[in-house]
Each structure stands twice: as C-alpha cells, then as structure tokens.
Design a protein around this ligand. Structure first.
Ligand code: GUN
Length: 285
C-alpha cells in the first residue's frame, strides 16, 4: 500500500483560519515587518508569499526591501527602529543575507519579544531549557504535521538529518521534549543509510536534493521532507526521492505542499503569539 500523503496545504489552511479567527476576536491587527536585503529571486518569492499570507489573516504586514549593498550598520539601525516601533509585533529578516552582513549579528539585534523566527539566543535558549516562547517556524510546523497525522512521537526513534539553527537543532529539541529518542545526522555521519533504516520518524532537512533514497526507509516510517529544490527542468524536489519513498513509507509529506505551507502558517501564529504577549496576554511569555 502506498504511503499516506500528509497534506500540509490543508493543515496550513486550517491553522490560518484559526489565526484569523483569533485576530478577529482580539479586535486588533498584529504588525509584522519582513526585511529583505538584496534581490535573491527565491527569497523575493518567499517574502511576497509571507506578506500576502499575513494580510489574508488580518496581520498588518510591511515588507522592507533594502539594496544588496546595504551595510551591516545600516541594517542594524533599521532593526533598532523596528524594535522601538510600537505598531510592530514581529520582525523577520529573510535569510540568507549578503556576504558583508553577519547573520548572527542581525539575529541577535532583534528584540526577543518580536523575534517571530525564534532564532535569537533568548528564544533558542528557552526552547532548549524546555520553556519555549517563540519557536522557529519550520520545526514548529513539522511538529504540527506529526500531530495532525496522529504519529505517536513519545518513545519513537526519530532521525533528524541536518543540524542548522533554522531547522535541525530546534527540531531535535522539540522532538526530545515530546519524548522521542532523537538522533541528529549531518554531513559527517557515517553510514547515513543505516541511520535512516532505524528511524520510525525520519525528518530530512539536509538541503540536498533527493539525498534520502527509497531503500533507506523502513517500512512503516513516517517521512517528513523539509527540503525544496528547483530542478533544471523547472520542477521541485525535496531531500527525499519521493517516487522511491512512496511505496515504502507509512506516510510522507509531498514537496511542494507539505512542510512549506506550514512554515508560513506558523510564522503567522507566532506573530499573533508575540502580539498577545506584548499586550500582556497571559500564557506564553
Ligand atoms: N530563509 C529560509 N527559511 C527561512 C526562515 O524560516 N526564516 C528566515 N528568516 N529566513 C529563511
């Protein structure tokens, strides 16, 4: 029996509807600033999609486009102004940044209360200490996909391929907090295929097209594909060889239409979380 397809688009639509409803009930419009430096075409598309999706749920989105030769000092000054701006609840600086700007310096300059990407040291530290506030959007989306697919994470053997601050590291923390037994694999892992074959939950976030082959996947494994790569012919593929994995896995996320829409939906939810916390709403914070 082929794998069940985990529909990220449908789940993202449901989460966006919930976020829109909560914003309407709150009677205020959270403010989100998305900063794009330079003209990387993929980043431009991501930023436009985030802006559109934010407006659709009632978030006041503002995209700030800066030239590719913007200095680090100038970008830090923009961030300081956004930190101080009372109508801005969330700040996202699209990565990657041009080479003259150190991403860590920028991430560390964002007020943790407005850090809707969850990448600042304060939010990363809180996640690792088991007291999460704003959690990185892609790993949060992966956890919601697992929950929606009724995957029992507790006690499961989970493999995360990739150790980036954006995905692999925070996802390993979330899976650990959900009581999975977590292995983090990376470019120096010996015999990645063998690690994959042991995994009951396999998350591929390596950034390498079709790295994970069908015969690396255990039957009955749940496969979450975080990768997205444009092929020469124009099609999109993930980090998993989808056609090979489909007959083997129990369930799998497609590319596109799996993790991607959930990343955006979680950004919008994080923006609302930040807005509520800044208004003294009890709960997270
Ligand atoms: N570039 C690719 N993914 C992301 C993300 O989740 N956040 C930011 N800021 N940049 C990205």
């Amino acid at each position: 029996m082929p794998a069940r397809i985990i529909d990220g688009r449908a789940l993202a639509a449901a989460l966006n509807a919930e976020t829109a409803h909560r914003i309407e009930a709150g009677r205020f419009h959270p403010g989100l600033a998305v900063v794009l430096v330079g003209d990387d075409p993929a980043s431009a598309i991501y930023v436009r999609n985030k802006d559109r999706a934010a407006r659709a749920v009632g978030i006041e989105a503002r995209t700030i486009r800066l030239p590719a030769d913007t200095s680090e000092t100038a970008l830090l000054a923009r961030i300081a102004a956004l930190n101080a701006d009372p109508v801005i609840d969330g700040i996202l600086v699209q990565l990657p940044l041009p080479p003259q700007i150190r991403p860590q310096a920028v991430i560390e300059a964002i007020d943790p209360a407005k850090d809707v990407d969850g990448l600042s040291p304060v939010n990363a530290g809180r996640l690792f200490m088991g007291r999460p506030f704003l959690v990185p959007c892609t790993p949060l989306g992966v956890m919601k996909l697992l929950a929606a697919a009724d995957v029992s994470v507790s006690g499961a053997r989970a493999l995360v391929i990739g150790r980036s601050n954006l995905v692999g590291r925070p996802l390993a923390a979330l899976l650990t907090a959900a009581d999975a037994t977590v292995t983090v694999a990376h470019s120096r892992t010996r015999d990645l295929a063998a690690e994959c074959r042991r995994a009951e939950i396999l998350v591929a976030a390596a950034g390498r097209p079709e790295l994970v082959r069908g015969d690396w996947i255990a039957s009955e494994a749940v496969v979450i594909d975080v990768g997205i790569h444009r092929q020469k012919g124009g099609g999109l593929v993930g980090d998993v060889a989808f056609a090979e994995a489909l007959p083997v896995a129990a369930s799998i996320t497609p590319v596109p239409g799996g993790v991607g829409p959930m990343t955006t939906a979680c950004l919008l939810e994080n923006t609302l979380t930040a807005a509520l916390a800044r208004r003294g709403h009890p709960g997270k914070g």
